[in-house]
Design a protein around this ligand. Structure first.
Ligand code: KG4
Ligand code: ZN
Length: 361
């Protein structure tokens, strides 16, 4: 089945063409084309995404991105079997642009639309194997197989979400822990702003923190809290950590490069410690077959390494992390999630409209 994926929930206009087959436990995906236009530079001056500006840009970019992806994949619209489009969660004006675009294509070419949950997209992002993708040109007939073993646990860490989700199956999902305030990506972005770094802040903080570790910058006493680490549940909080950084910076007379590096490193260490601690608790409690991590923050090198280390404590657990390119928003994950939802009947009766706060059905 050929799926056209469309993603416009935030500041990326993304369209993909993905070949999909097989059952939910062992889906086979083949990436035919993926194009993405980022609006990051436009939103930078606001320190975040401006919804109406995002809407305008998506409307402008969608036809361009579609044309490019069809060309790249060598597929014509008439050959597409389903259109998977993000309906939420996200910024509603931005979501509507993708939905309207999908609906127009659906009418014009008589193709059914699968309303797709962005967070399920992040879960599905782990299903494309990097090595196979790289050699795909040499192995055009070879589909990419990556089994999912249920029950699974998913840790989703993005700019808008931080949650632990228990998946009894692809159809039955339950949030078992979530942030009580800021999302972890949001904390990265806000701390980056305090340090005078550009948006999005995650990659900037990560670079500085890495530099601090490399150079062993340890000349300033910086220590931040690990919020809610001993709360006894699987919930998170990152607003206190962000405030601790703010208070610390207020006391610093001269915010030089050395201190910035150290703040970035200690902030990242605090995030890593909380995320891995809570994940360990969740794994012990739910004993999943697969541990999935999704969302832009898992592009972070230190966090990836820490979870690989955590995996060493659970030799039977299959850890699935997306390749870095698929960690941040893209339409490949939307096509894959759309396929899984379609074959398992998730969201099949969902009305096609934008839902800013969409949860799991
Ligand atoms: O999943 P995503 O692309 O968009 C949402 O659905 O929110 O996640 C974006 C978030 C931003 O907050 C960004 O700062 C963060 O992911 N991010 C990172 C890194 N790359 C992106 N955070 C930490 N380290 C990174 N390398
Ligand atoms: Zn996302």
């Amino acid at each position: 089945m050929l799926i056209l994926g469309i993603e416009t929930s935030c500041d990326e206009t993304a369209v993909s063409v993905v070949g999909a087959s097989g059952p939910v436990e062992e889906p086979a995906f083949k990436l035919l084309g993926s194009t993405l236009m980022s609006q990051m530079k436009l939103h930078e001056k606001y320190g975040g995404v401006h919804p109406n500006l995002a809407k305008r840009e998506h409307i402008k970019n969608l036809p361009i991105v579609l044309e490019k992806v069809l060309k790249e994949s060598g597929v014509e619209m008439g050959e597409i079997d389903k259109i998977a489009v993000t309906v939420g969660p996200g910024l509603e004006p931005a979501l509507w642009t993708g939905i309207n675009f999908a609906q127009d294509l659906s009418k014009k070419y008589d193709i059914p639309v699968i309303p797709t949950n962005h967070m399920e997209g992040h879960m599905a992002s782990v299903l494309l194997d990097e090595n196979l993708r790289r050699t795909l040109a040499d192995l055009p007939e070879q589909a990419q197989r990556s089994p999912l073993s249920f029950p699974a646990l998913a840790l989703l860490i993005s700019g808008g979400h931080t949650e632990l989700v228990y998946l009894k199956s692809w159809k039955e999902k339950e949030i078992v822990g979530e942030t009580k305030d800021d999302a972890v990506g949001e904390a990265f972005d806000k701390v980056a702003r305090m340090l005078g770094l550009s948006y999005p802040g995650g990659p900037e903080i990560s670079k500085l923190a890495e530099k601090a570790r490399e150079l062993r910058v340890m000349n300033y006493e910086v220590r931040f809290p690990r919020p809610m680490i001993h709360s006894g549940d699987l919930n998170f909080s990152f607003s206190g950590l962000k405030t601790a950084v703010l208070y610390f910076l207020r006391k610093v007379p001269d915010l030089n490069e050395g201190i910035k590096m150290e703040v970035a490193r200690e902030f990242e260490d605090a995030v890593v410690e909380v995320l891995t601690f809570k994940s360990r608790q969740a794994i012990l409690k739910y004993n999943p077959g697969t541990f999935i991590i999704g969302g832009g923050v898992i592009a972070n090198k230190k966090i990836r390494e820490s979870f690989q280390k955590l995996n060493g404590e659970f030799p039977d657990l299959i850890l699935r992390i997306p390749e870095r390119e698929l960690a941040t928003d893209n339409a490949v994950m939307i096509a894959m999630a759309g396929y899984l939802s379609h074959i398992s009947g998730v969201n099949s009766k969902m009305e096609l409209k934008a839902r800013g706060n969409l949860k799991y059905s």
